[in-house]
Design a protein around this ligand. Structure first.
Ligand code: SF4
Length: 248
């Protein structure tokens, strides 16, 4: 069973519009969260199915997130574990071993201490809102992941996360943002990703998909969706009238 605590409930209702002197203004514009954008990019159909479901934070993420506040300083397992329990009292005690593993890995690398954590970033132009986990004194930023790192490069979802934050920061600061780091704490790896044009294109294309879902459209079944490990496989196969496995 997946354990976790309730984080938020996504709101996908159509956005009301106000017309003033021929201009359409969006009333309390509903920004797209970076996490929703990543979900839609993975599979818009699954996002559509789950659009009214609450989103839960994984227990592994709860551990890594709390650990991240201590990066760049001595990592005291007992202190961090007590903080984790204060935040998530029902956490599985077995996660303590996972914390120990993460600390062992993280102690093998140098980490920049954060001067700011949980920094909200917004792009009004693109309608995106997100969160930077850690910002260092030199202005660099990083996001924290509870997954292992790939041998080389970064996951598509993480490239998208960094591109979204770059869009937001560029608008907020007026300066170009080259990229940001992804901190894969179970492996103790920090990996810088330089934002590429294809990442920015993916963000914009995904925003269009989200807009059409918000407008009530059922998204098409993508051919490269991760159907093999998806609980909606039967539902999708029956709705497209053909086995997805024959297509993939
Ligand atoms: S089965 Fe495939 S297409 Fe359907 S929701 Fe899951 S990942 Fe998406």
């Amino acid at each position: 069973m997946v354990r976790g605590r309730k984080v938020s409930k996504r709101l996908i209702s159509p956005v009301p519009h106000v017309y003033i002197r021929g201009t359409i203004l969006t009333e309390q514009r509903q920004h797209v969260t970076v996490s929703d954008l990543v979900r839609v990019h993975a599979c818009p159909v699954r996002f559509y199915y789950e659009k009214n479901d609450p989103v839960f934070e994984s227990e592994r993420y709860a551990v890594c997130k709390q650990l991240s506040y201590h990066l760049g300083t001595p990592l005291d397992k007992e202190v961090i574990w007590q903080e984790i329990l204060a935040v998530s009292p029902a956490l599985d005690p077995m996660l303590r071993e996972f914390l120990a593993l993460c600390i062992t890995k993280c102690n093998k690398s140098e980490w920049k201490p954060a001067v700011q954590t949980d920094v909200k970033v917004v792009s009004e132009k693109h309608g995106i809102v997100g969160m930077i986990d850690r910002m260092a004194a030199d202005g660099s930023f990083s996001i924290v992941r509870a997954a292992g790192a790939m041998p080389f490069g970064t996951y598509a979802a993480d490239r998208l996360r960094i591109a979204c934050i770059a869009f937001c920061l560029e608008e907020m600061t007026g300066s170009d943002v080259k990229g940001g780091s992804i901190e894969y704490l179970p492996d103790g790896v920090s990996r810088f990703h330089e934002v590429q044009p294809r990442d920015r294109r993916q963000v914009i294309a995904t925003l269009h998909t989200i807009k059409s879902i918000r407008d009530g459209e059922m998204p098409r079944h993508p051919l490269n969706a991760p159907c093999n490990r998806c609980k909606y496989r039967e539902r999708c196969e029956s709705s497209v009238g053909k086995r997805l496995s024959e297509l993939l």
